[in-house]
Design a binder for this molecule. Structure first.
Ligand code: GLU
Length: 422
C-alpha cells in the first residue's frame, strides 16, 4: 500500500491517520459498523466570517471546528491559526485527539479547530477580532459539556482568554471551563504551559528505563523551539539529558557539549531569534534531523519525517512532540531500522492531560498547587507509556499501532456500552 502513494498523498495528514486507523482496526478485528463510525469525524463545521482589518478593509476568513468523537466525553482539542489549515488536516487532528485522550484515559472525545490566516502578518487587534468572531460563529457547538478548545499552533493563553470572554458575554456569566490553556487569573492551571514538554520528558525517562539506556548525558536533538520544544529542552536538561541540537525553521544550533536551554530562551526573548546564539554553532536544521543522537524530538509540525529522510535518521528513539510528524510510509522505514518510536498520541499527551486538570479545577472552583498537577501528570504519562508498551508486546505490533489499538478499543467499548440512538 505504502509504496504506491505519491508524496502529496503521503503527507496528507488525513491519509496518515486513516492508514494507521485501518491497520489497527483490522488487528483488533473491530466490527464493521464501529469501524465505519470511528473512521470519520461525527461533525464538521466550516464558517466563513468577516473581520475588519486595521486599515478599514473587510476580510473574510475561513474557520473550522471538527468533532471526531464525543463518545467518552466532550470534544477536546486545540485551535490553530496558520495559512495551510485545511479540512483534511482538521479531520486528522480531531481524530488524533480522540485517540490521545483515550490513550491517557481521560474523559474526553476528540476535536480540533483552526482558521486559515497568517498570524505573523496580523496585528493583535486583528487577531482579537478574528478570534472573537470565530468563537461567535461556532458558539452553539462549544461549551464545557460539549467541546472544549485549547491552544495549538500559533494560539496561546491570550487567544484562550478572548474565547472565554466572548463565550461568557454570550452566556451572560463567566464560563471559565469553556476553554483550557487560559491565563492563571481566569481559571488557568498551574503547570499547563509546561505540561506538553513535561510529558515528553516523562515518556523519554520511561523509554530509557525500558531500553536500559542511561539518562545522564543522553544526547537529544529537538526540532522546534516553541512552547513544546523549549519546555522539553529545559526540563530534560534539568534531568541530566544533554540537548545537543535545536532545529528551528529559521536555522539550527549544534553543540556536542550541550546547549543551555535557559540561556537560549533568554537570548531568543531578547533578540527574537535563536540565530547568533553564542552557546552553540550554527547548523542546517534539515541536517540536524539526521544527525546522530539518542533521542530525536520533532516538536513543531506535521510531516518532518517522510520517505525522503527516514532512512537517514540516526536516533535510537524518536519521541513525537508534534502531532503527525512522521508519515505512515516513514513508519515502516523506521521500524526496519528498529528505532523505538514514542508516538504523538502518547508522547505529547501531557498538554491535554493538564487541560483535563484545568477543566476539573474550573468546574470545582478549587485550584491545585503546581506540585499536585505535576505529580498527577507524571503518573498518568508513565502509566500510559506502560500500557502502550505492554499492548505492543502482547499483540506483537509497534508502539504506534499499539497506541491506536488501545485507544480504539477503549472508544469502541464505550460506544457499545452507550448503544446507538435511533
Ligand atoms: N493542542 C494540544 C494537543 O494537540 C492540546 C489540546 C488540549 O489541551 O485540548 O494535544
Amino acid at each position: 500500500m505504502a509504496s504506491t502513494l505519491t508524496l502529496e498523498q503521503e503527507i496528507n495528514p488525513w491519509e496518515a491517520q486513516a492508514a494507521r486507523f485501518d491497520f489497527a482496526a483490522r488487528k483488533l478485528n473491530l466490527d464493521e459498523g464501529l469501524w465505519r463510525v470511528l473512521r470519520h469525524p461525527s461533525r464538521e463545521i466550516i464558517v466563513h466570517f468577516p473581520v475588519q482589518m486595521d486599515d478599514g478593509r473587510i476580510e473574510v476568513f475561513t474557520g473550522f471546528r471538527v468533532q471526531h468523537s464525543q463518545a467518552r466525553g466532550p470534544g477536546k482539542g486545540g485551535i490553530r491559526y496558520a495559512p495551510d489549515v485545511s479540512l483534511d488536516e482538521m479531520r486528522a487532528l480531531a481524530s488524533w485527539m480522540t485517540w490521545k485522550c483515550a490513550v491517557v484515559n481521560i474523559p474526553f472525545g476528540g476535536a480540533k479547530g483552526g482558521v486559515i490566516c497568517d498570524p505573523k502578518k496580523m496585528s493583535a487587534g486583528e487577531l482579537e477580532r478574528m478570534t472573537r468572531r470565530y468563537t461567535a460563529e461556532i458558539i452553539d457547538f462549544i461549551g464545557p459539556e460539549k467541546d472544549v478548545p485549547a491552544p495549538d499552533v500559533n494560539t496561546n493563553e491570550q487567544t484562550m482568554a478572548w474565547i472565554m470572554d466572548t463565550y461568557s458575554m454570550h452566556m451572560r456569566q463567566a464560563v471559565t471551563s469553556v476553554v483550557t490553556g487560559k491565563p492563571l487569573t481566569i481559571g488557568g492551571s498551574r503547570g499547563r504551559r509546561e505540561a506538553t514538554g513535561r510529558g515528553i520528558s516523562v515518556v523519554c525517562d520511561e523509554a530509557l528505563k525500558h531500553l536500559n539506556i542511561q539518562r545522564d548525558g543522553c544526547k537529544v536533538i529537538i526540532q522546534g523551539f516553541g512552547n513544546v520544544g523549549s519546555n522539553a529542552a529545559r526540563l530534560m536538561q534539568e534531568k541530566g539529558y544533554k540537548v545537543i541540537g535545536i532545529a528551528e525553521y529559521e536555522g539550527g544550533l549544534y553543540n556536542p557539549e550541550g546547549i543551555d536551554a535557559c540561556s537560549l530562551l533568554e537570548y531568543r526573548q531578547r533578540n527574537g531569534t535563536v540565530l547568533g546564539f553564542r552557546g552553540a554553532e550554527a547548523a542546517d536544521p534539515v541536517e540536524l534531523m539526521t544527525t546522530e543522537c539518542d533521542i530525536l524530538i520533532p516538536a513543531a509540525t506535521e510531516n518532518v519525517i517522510t520517505s525522503r529522510n527516514a532512512d537517514r535518521i540516526k536516533a535510537r528513539i524518536v519521541c513525537e512532540g508534534a502531532n503527525g510528524p512522521t508519515t505512515a510510509v516513514a513508519d515502516e522505514i523506521l521500524a526496519d531500522k528498529r528505532i523505538f518510536i514514542i508516538p504523538d498520541i502518547l508522547a505529547n499527551a501531557g498538554g491535554v492531560t493538564a487541560s483535563y486538570f484545568e477543566w476539573v479545577q474550573d468546574r470545582q472552583g478549587y485550584f491545585w498547587k503546581e506540585a499536585l498537577v505535576n505529580d498527577q501528570l507524571d503518573s498518568i504519562l508513565a502509566e500510559s507509556f506502560d500500557d502502550v508498551v505492554r499492548y505492543s508486546e502482547a499483540h506483537a505490533v509497534n508502539n504506534r499501532i499499539a497506541a491506536y489499538m488501545l485507544a480504539i478499543d477503549r472508544v469502541a467499548f464505550t460506544i457499545r456500552q452507550r448503544g446507538f440512538y435511533a
